[in-house]
Design a protein around this ligand. Sequence first.
Ligand code: GLY
Length: 355
Amino acid sequence: MKSIQTTSYEIHFKDLAYKSLDTYLKKEKFSKIFLLVDENTHKHCLPHFLGQIQYDGVIEIIEIKSGEIHKTIESCMGVWRTLSELSADRKSLLINLGGGVVTDLGGFVASTFKRGIKFINVPTTLLAMVDASVGGKTGVDLDLSKNQIGTITFADMVLIDTRFLDTLPNNELRSGFAEMLKHGLIQDQKYWKQLRQLKQLTLNDLDELIHHSVAIKNKVVSKDPNEMGLRKILNFGHTLGHAIESYCLDNEDIITLLHGEAIAIGMILEGYLSSKISGLPITDLKEIKETFKATYPNVSFSDSSKKQIIELMQSDKKNSYGQVKFVLLESIGQCQIDVEVENAIIYEAFDFYSK
Ligand code: GLY
């Protein structure tokens, strides 16, 4: 599968990924190589990864705890300390092998350690393959606010091997698939139609589809790496989605949602806002609701939970001058950015979701 060239690094797929990594490691002559994993990728992904590369020097393994609740500055402190204790220097490399928590946190640790060391992302979940590992966003959560602390720093290379998905639970696949559906909604109507017609996700289909999603994301990020304008479209569904995800993480009386599951709800809600404000046709809105409702968990929101979600949304890092800004759809494949929405319409959107 053809590599994707971004403005500053390459994204390689499958076997070519490991060949490219070996060539790169030979060429760069790093002082030390570190590999960040969580307990799941340590067990399920590390043996495959090490079995694929020829490099026979020392690789120091650093493990963090898995899960969004550990995407914190405290986990970073542990990794920074270990790097220091193991004498990492500015010519050291960090390879992040894991899902979005590992690639975001590892990227942040690398981008700040000794003012920045090189890092490589090897995503092992669908979500990290199509979104988190690509595009330079690194960071951690601050209490309930997602990705509140971070940098935009590009990896030196991203390696995508879909064989890691063999052992990925279904809900994790579904979570990543939501970001792929988002790519269709914001940029490519034909791709949206292709994805919604899939009866089942097979690994064979996924290779091509992941490549297409990464290409869409890369096209957007290349034009606007620092999210001054166009890149904001990648946040469709995320303004409400992130608030829902945080709310569910913090409340035991409601199911915990994976990122993509929360974003799927966010896309129905923001689809409704789009139909009210930016001209999204009702038929498209119905199609969006039907598609996400067919695959993603249905959550019932009490009046008090809606209120708290709206409050959480007000602390989103995408806000400026105290204003919550939405990305809305004009049609499938076309977006508007920086749209302000009255709370009354957001409450209506929750009613539309529940009906
Ligand atoms: N996940 C959205 C972005 O990378 O901009």
